[in-house]
Design a binder for this molecule. Structure first.
Ligand SMILES: [Zn+2]
Ligand SMILES: [Zn+2]
Length: 126
């Protein structure tokens, strides 16, 4: 059986927020819930990380190559600019070019000015 290896926030941690996964064993524990094959972590963990009050945790999730499309789409609209930018960068590199050409052209054009001014704008095709 495959188990979720994600860090998950401990609900009754005595610490204030700001401790990152893996750095503090009082704030974070390994989940170990059973997951389906091919899933890096269980849905519960992903939802817990995506809605975590610490922006550093959400941006770390947004940068993960294995994060689900569902969560990534949610993080693109995050109120924290760092999280939203990281999620958009991940999304841009995740979408197959052939598929995104038809549906994404207009939103790509509309958002290109914002993307160009960010340090993440390493598209490498110009
Ligand atoms: Zn802690
Ligand atoms: Zn889990």
């Amino acid at each position: 059986m495959i188990r979720c290896r994600s860090w998950r926030p401990v609900a009754d941690s005595p610490h204030p927020s700001g401790h990152l996964p893996g750095h503090c064993r009082r704030c974070w524990g390994i989940c170990l819930h059973p997951v389906a094959p091919g899933m890096p972590r269980c849905t519960e963990c992903e939802v817990a990380l995506a809605s975590h009050p610490d922006a550093a945790v959400r941006s770390a999730l947004a940068e993960e190559p294995s994060v689900s499309m569902e969560t990534l789409t949610l993080l693109v609209t995050d109120m924290d600019a760092v999280v939203a930018t990281a999620a958009r960068w991940n999304l841009d590199h995740r979408l197959p070019p052939a598929h995104s050409e038809d549906t994404e052209t207009h939103s790509e054009l509309a958002s290109s000015t914002a993307v160009d001014s960010s340090p993440w704008a390493g598209r490498g095709n110009r």
